[in-house]
Design a protein around this ligand. Structure first.
Ligand code: UD1
Ligand code: UDP
Length: 383
């Protein structure tokens, strides 16, 4: 390898990985002495393609692994097999993976098998609970073991890595690239489809709902949806916009409990630009998503998190997010509290941004240069 030729291969496969890798890929592409290659595993299909189109990313390889109703074995096996050939052909100097999905872990494992250095974007998030979230907590712990460079979004994430024995020289506090993506996207024009526009026209206040966590599938989701039905009965000025995740296991519960309910506006997953603008226009956000816990505080939206634990405690300590689990009565009480008590609401509706300053991708690329001995270590992000 020479300084004029660092080959970096980015591997991702799901919607959130694509959103969070987009700023990094754009940055890599702008560096004349970096050869950037992109492999999508397509663990997700439509939801991935939406993001690729939004950010105009054209993958060099598409493994096309998604199957309806796939399980963890299916994805792991297909990704590992697919990457073998690509890594042998490309022989990059470094592989980048992001987050904690099966694509993330398997991508890092495949690179390790080929003795290729691994950079982990969004490293060091932890709940310390093996099955919460499942399988993400263990995916990220294992990815840490395989990685050579760890891009921690926050100080807390850096500390978690240090505690696990990762050398300080291998860890960079970069901020989360999701904030870079948000800043890139907020400037762009968007349009809302008929159903969403109707939701905002017909209701004074809109709750934005998203759900997909594996550990919430089945009765926890049903409880959340039933709780919302109760909330709507007692609040005639409120509507719920719900872009339903493509996972058939989510769709089954939605069909049983929320189809045909007045003031529930069900849609297909939204493109990223309309989605973040819907978030901006909403009164509050109810979600079990990881990325949305990071975006909503930046937009000054209170987030009620439908989980028992979170690997993203920063927004909770800043007071803009609250963990409420999935118990039906508790969810109803907590949503009612924010709808009925203006003081409570205003306390949470602060625009704070513990997760980044929009320069995470820049720091990541600088750290890659430093790793290959062609630049200085970037300065750490602090909020
Ligand atoms: C995956 C990740 C999860 C991440 C989430 C983001 C794992 C194990 N899970 O969960 O960490 O938070 O993505 O959304 O890596 N489907 C489609 N079209 C799509 C996407 C999904 O039809 O574009 C359906 C398919 O039937 C697929 C199913 O959803 O089999 C589940 O997809 P999968 O990637 O296995 O799990 P997610 O729950 O989406
Ligand atoms: N998102 C989107 N359209 C939607 C719902 C979410 O573009 O209809 C975006 C959202 O802005 C965030 C990301 O998808 O950046 C979160 O993805 P998801 O909740 O699927 O995964 P997680 O973050 O929990 O891994």
């Amino acid at each position: 390898m020479t300084t004029s030729n660092i080959k970096v291969l980015s591997i991702f496969g799901t919607r959130p990985e694509a959103i969070k890798m987009a700023p990094v890929i754009k940055k890599l592409e702008s560096c004349p002495d970096i050869e950037s290659r992109v492999v999508v595993t397509a663990q997700h299909r439509e939801m991935l393609d939406q993001v690729l189109a939004t950010f105009q990313i054209k993958p060099d390889y598409d493994l096309g692994v998604m199957r309806p109703g796939q399980n963890l074995f299916d994805v792991t096996e297909a990704v590992l097999r697919g990457l073998h050939g690509v890594l042998e052909v490309e022989q990059p100097d470094m592989v980048l993976v992001q987050g904690d999905t099966t694509t993330t872990f398997t991508g890092a494992l495949a690179a390790f098998y080929c003795k290729i250095a691994v950079g982990h974007v969004e490293a060091g998030l932890r709940t310390y609970q093996k099955y919460s979230p499942y399988p993400e907590e263990i995916n990220r712990v294992l990815t840490t073991q395989l990685a050579d460079l760890h891009f921690a979004p926050t100080l807390k994430a850096r500390d978690a890595l240090l505690q696990e024995g990762i050398g300080a020289d291998k860890i960079f506090i970069t901020g989360n690239t999701v904030i870079d993506a948000l800043y890139m996207a907020m400037e762009q024009p968007f349009s809302l489809d008929f159903e969403i526009s109707r939701a905002f026209r017909e209701n004074k206040r809109v709750i934005l709902l998203t759900t997909h966590r594996r550990e919430n599938l089945g009765s926890p989701l049903k409880d959340v949806y039933l709780a919302l039905r109760q909330v709507l009965l007692s609040h005639p000025d409120v509507g719920v916009v719900f872009p339903v995740h493509k996972n058939p296991a989510v769709r089954r519960e939605v069909a049983k409990v929320l189809t045909g309910i007045e003031r529930v506006y069900l849609t297909e997953p939204l493109d990223y630009l309309p989605f973040i603008n819907v978030m901006k226009k909403s009164y509050l956000v109810l979600t079990d998503s990881g990325g949305i816990q990071e975006e909503a505080p930046a937009l000054g939206k209170p987030v009620l998190v439908l989980r028992e634990v979170t690997e993203r405690p920063e927004a909770i300590s800043y007071g803009t997010a609250r963990l409420i689990g999935t118990d039906r009565r508790h969810v109803e009480e907590q949503v009612n509290l924010l709808l009925d008590n203006e003081e409570e609401y205003l306390q949470m509706a602060n625009a704070v941004n513990p997760y980044g300053d929009g320069r995470a991708a820049e720091r990541i690329v600088q750290a890659i240069y430093a790793y290959f001995g062609t630049g200085d270590r970037p300065e750490d992000f602090s909020p």
